[in-house]
Design a binder for this molecule. Structure first.
Ligand SMILES: [Zn+2]
Length: 144
């Protein structure tokens, strides 16, 4: 069944992304949020993904999957915002990671992916903890 993302959810993700970009020093990038109607074929539980390895023209795409919308509907805003921040942190780790993927042997790729995800998540936690309390709550969307 195809997921129908609400306008409210899309606005919320735009709010989170625009709120986070200045903290990530990503202002030179143009981003697109792409909404997949069906689950990630590789992993049903994927919330979102970002491809940070081809940003030659300062553009990147964050792909959103139905499970992230489910979390939003459960009002798990901390989890949703953490996920969006994690995807943006991939833009920070992506340069060195993209270079490494070109040069490491295939048999080490899975282990390397695990390290990439852990370092990206560490960075996510560092940035999240530095942000003001409750910054990610929908009521903050009203404030300018
Ligand atoms: Zn990740």
């Amino acid at each position: 069944m195809n997921c129908k993302y609400s306008k409210k959810f899309k606005n919320y993700l735009e709010f989170l992304t625009n709120r986070l970009i200045p903290h990530m020093n990503h202002q030179e990038y143009t981003y697109t949020l792409q909404y997949e109607p069906t689950a990630d074929p590789e992993d049903d539980n994927t919330l979102a993904s970002c491809d940070p390895y081809d940003t030659k023209y300062f553009e990147y795409v964050i792909t959103i999957y139905p499970p992230l919308f489910e979390e939003y509907k459960k009002k798990r805003y901390d989890y949703v915002s953490n996920t969006m921040l994690h995807e943006l942190c991939h833009m920070v780790t992506g340069g060195i990671v993209g270079f490494a993927y070109k040069h490491i042997p295939n048999h080490l790729a899975d282990e390397f992916t695990k390290i990439e995800e852990q370092q990206t998540q560490r960075l996510t936690k560092i940035v999240f903890d530095l942000l003001p309390k409750d910054w990610y709550l929908p009521k903050e969307m009203e404030k300018k």
